[in-house]
Design a protein around this ligand. Structure first.
Ligand code: NAP
Length: 538
């Protein structure tokens, strides 16, 4: 920084104006009275819901649960229109929150953070934006999201395509007109599962390039029943409490019985009942779904049969039937996904054996076969969790980069801090339940824990908090141990970084929200055991 350069100084800098960043701004500014600034790359708030505007995008957790619970008046006054809110409705909610808590004045849009550097002497973080502008803050809140660094795999010739190209996670704000057009889409993950039925209904022809089929249960989305909403609001507290006690931080109405405790007939009846509940409620079939191979097999086979029964052509049905275990990747919640392959204007191309060879000016080639279309869509997901952090040049003590430190995979204490990066707090990312839960609930828990920690520092006349290396190592071991008790290490998913070539294979999220929360609370009650609290700089 050249001498004399004017640099804005804040107590708290927050990167990202998604659900995490917005609540953090409200908490630090309005409850703790700290000067707080959000830096956001987009032109508006909403994070993942700002970027993911592809046709059919909607939440897979019921709207009445996928919302903030920190303010009762907010949850009483907001009326959800659909059982599973579409992207636009969620942005309406986000805009309402921004207005209600007067957040906009402290959000700097259109500003991507290029670098964050810690100063060992002053204990301050300097954030450098892509514009070159800098700002300084004592606390740095990484509200950067888990699924915000788009993964666009490189293919030979990919710049040569002459038609329109889109990524589901960076969808144009004005939408895409598919009428009369031929479309190719790469990927069949959650985004594609939602987008494919809608695009197929709008375009002339859709060709789907599938590497791995996915498990999906029908969402049965519908307008939200006002009587149901009224009943929930009458006792929202108890409703939320059930979510707080659930493994996944939302009320999934979990069957508490394990495979061995039920007869085959009972299991079948339970599966049929759960299938009618639809979507992610299907995770609640058997308590040991993700830990017992027999339990998983019976549930997987049930869904495989359901898929086969929906698709007319047995060859296509076979291609759409997943061979992996259910729950390896997040189960999708769909609307007519498998049925879409019965349409005359949809073609499924299996690229599991023979990958895409190259992109051409008019389409793409798979081995000797070529496919032509006007529009190419990458539904190829994200460099999940660590991607959004590692795309920023983050340097902690003595210039150590986060990239170097996480060379062999993310290392954190409680997912909240990483040793060598004092006062940098990561919200709902690697090392915490985050993506395995209702993200908003996980986010609120994190922000409240960090705000309490900062308040504790202030009350103690201190200003610096940093994870200890030893406690961090223990947490990493513990996270791995919890994951190793499940079946999730034995299959490929972005939870393990398996979708990004060269990414270290580490199970990133922590499974089990109530346990996690309890450990956070215990650590706080013991004066933030495992963290060093100190005073740095003036
Ligand atoms: P994803 O689940 O990672 O799916 C990416 C798809 O692209 C996969 O089918 C993948 O195949 C394919 N792919 C990637 N690279 C490829 C390549 N080089 N060649 C061919 N195919 C390739 O990404 P996503 O669908 O965007 O979903 C990511 C996560 O976002 C979900 O798991 C979910 O947590 C979240 N999400 C949630 C919702 C919701 O709430 N409703 C909606 C959308 C997304 P492989 O499987 O073989 O790698």
């Amino acid at each position: 920084m050249s001498s004399g350069e004017q640099v804005a100084k804040y107590d708290v800098a927050i990167i990202g104006a998604g659900f995490a960043g917005l609540y953090a701004l409200h908490k630090f500014r309005d409850d703790l009275g700290l000067s707080t600034r959000i830096i956001e790359a987009g032109t508006g708030p909403g994070g993942t819901w700002y970027w993911n505007r592809y046709p059919g995008a909607r939440v897979d957790i019921p709207s009445m649960q996928y919302s903030y619970q920190f303010d009762d008046a907010l949850q009483q006054e907001w009326d959800w229109r659909e059982k599973y809110a579409p992207q636009g409705e969620i942005l309406d909610y986000v805009d309402h929150v921004v207005d209600r808590f007067d957040l906009a004045k402290d959000i700097q849009y259109n500003s991507r953070v290029r670098a964050c550097q810690y100063d060992d002497y002053t204990g301050l973080w300097t954030l450098t934006l892509e514009s070159g502008e800098k700002l300084v803050a004592r606390y740095c809140i990484m509200a950067t999201g888990c699924l915000s660094a788009a993964n666009k795999p490189r293919f030979e010739g990919d710049d040569s395509f002459r038609g329109e190209v889109y990524h589901t996670g960076q969808w144009p704000h004005d939408g895409v007109d598919f009428e009369g057009k031929t479309v190719g889409i790469i990927g069949t993950g959650s985004s594609a599962v939602q987008a494919i039925p809608v695009i197929a209904g709008e375009c002339k022809h859709l060709t789907v390039f599938q590497r791995t089929p996915n498990f999906s249960a029908p969402a049965y989305n519908e307008p939200l029943d006002p009587e149901y909403a009224k009943a929930v609001k009458a006792d929202y507290k108890a409703f939320r409490q059930r979510g707080q006690e659930s493994l996944v931080a939302w009320d999934i109405d979990m069957n508490e019985k394990e495979y061995a405790e039920m007869s085959p007939e009972e299991i079948h009846a339970c599966l049929e009942e759960r299938w009618k509940m639809g979507g992610l409620f299907f995770y609640g079939t058997l308590a040991d779904l993700l830990t017992n191979q027999q339990a998983n097999d019976v549930v997987s086979d049930f869904v495989r049969e359901k898929i086969r029964s929906k698709v007319d052509d047995p060859g296509i049905a076979d291609l759409l039937t997943p061979k992996t275990m259910i729950g390896c990747k997040r189960i999708c919640a769909d609307t007519n996904y498998f049925e879409t392959y019965n349409r005359d204007n949809v073609t499924l191309v299996d690229i599991s054996e023979q990958p895409i060879s190259r992109i051409t000016p008019n389409g793409l080639e798979v081995g000797d076969e070529s496919w032509e279309f006007d529009v190419l869509i990458y539904a190829t997901g994200f460099d999940a969790m660590t991607g959004s952090l590692e795309r920023i040049d983050i340097r902690g003590r003595r210039g150590l980069t986060l990239k170097e430190k996480w060379n062999a995979g993310p290392r954190t204490l409680l997912g909240l801090q990483t040793a060598g990066f004092p006062n940098m707090f990561v919200i709902a990312n690697a090392g915490s339940p985050s993506v395995l839960t209702n993200m908003i609930t996980g986010i609120e828990q994190h922000i409240e824990w960090v705000a309490d920690a900062v308040r504790y520092l202030q009350q103690s006349g201190l200003n610096t908090m940093e994870a200890n290396l030893e406690a961090e190592d223990d947490w990493v071991d513990h996270t791995n141990e919890v994951a190793s008790e499940t079946l999730l290490l034995g299959c490929n998913s972005w939870y393990l970084g398996a979708n990004i070539p060269g990414k270290p294979r580490v199970f990133m999220p922590y499974l089990g929200y109530p346990d996690y929360k309890q450990q956070c609370n215990e650590i706080a009650a013991e004066g933030y055991k495992g963290f060093t609290l100190s005073s740095t700089g003036a």
